[in-house]
Design a protein around this ligand. Structure first.
Ligand SMILES: [Zn+2]
Length: 235
């Protein structure tokens, strides 16, 4: 099993794309191995089917140039703390040994997004404990850093990534999820198919404005960044 440089977790296939498709594409293009682990199949979504959603996720994965896309098939709307779920995530972390991990920001109108972050945080801590679930026969693993991306929530970001050069690819990724972002004739009217993509781009534009570029994705960090000095290369 090959190791990943960057691993992003989402509750549903499309979460990572909304918050950080541009960042993933940029890292993939730089040669870093990127992966996504979706915790659920989004089986309770108002529109589309599980099969269609998986096809859309595969199409998006190609645009993202992902090395790996996993789905743990945990229950949609059932991501409350459960040691069996945590252990499944521990196994993923120990198997792929990502250097950095991305999670949904905890404040979000959809409770699954915050619950996804809390579950993975538990797993990230336990994955580094040598004697925890030792029968997995995988080496313990500690990630270097954890970053939080935004899905529906809006927060002043701690850090931003310029995604101006990959705007069209981010859009292509999101448009792959036709069942979610396009209202079909027999579809259910939801916040996602009512100008949602425009809202995502508007947020990226706003984050870009704050940091002097056209388009940027924002991230929140809990742990302060450590720097060597204030006059060296920018982070
Ligand atoms: Zn979601």
């Amino acid at each position: 099993m090959s190791q990943l440089d960057l691993l992003a977790f989402g509750a549903h296939p499309d979460d990572v794309e909304i918050g950080m498709a541009g960042t993933v594409i940029r890292h993939s293009k730089m040669g870093y191995k990127c992966g996504i682990c979706d915790l659920t199949l989004a089986e309770l979504s108002s529109n589309g089917t599980v099969e269609l959603r998986q096809e859309e996720a595969s199409e998006a994965a190609k645009v993202l140039r992902l090395h790996t896309r996993l789905n743990l098939q945990l229950p949609d709307r059932g991501l409350q703390y459960n040691s069996a779920y945590v252990n499944k995530i521990v196994e993923i972390i120990r198997t792929y040994q990502p250097k950095v991990v991305f999670l949904p920001y905890h404040e979000d109108r959809h409770p699954d997004h915050g619950n996804c972050a809390r579950l993975v945080e538990e797993a990230l801590f336990s994955a580094g404990i040598k004697k925890y679930q030792a029968d997995q026969e995988l080496p313990p693993h500690k990630v270097r850093d954890i970053y939080y991306y935004f899905i529906n929530g809006y927060e002043h970001p701690s850090i931003t990534v310029d995604i101006t050069s990959v705007r069209e690819e981010k859009l292509k990724c999101l448009q792959a999820y036709k069942s979610q972002f396009t209202l079909s004739e027999d579809g259910v009217d939801t916040p996602l198919n009512n100008g949602y993509l425009e809202t995502v781009l508007a947020r990226d534009t706003l984050f870009g404005k704050e940091t002097g570029v056209k388009l940027a994705e924002g991230f929140y960090i809990k742990k302060p960044l450590l720097i060597d000095n204030f006059l060296g290369e920018s982070l």
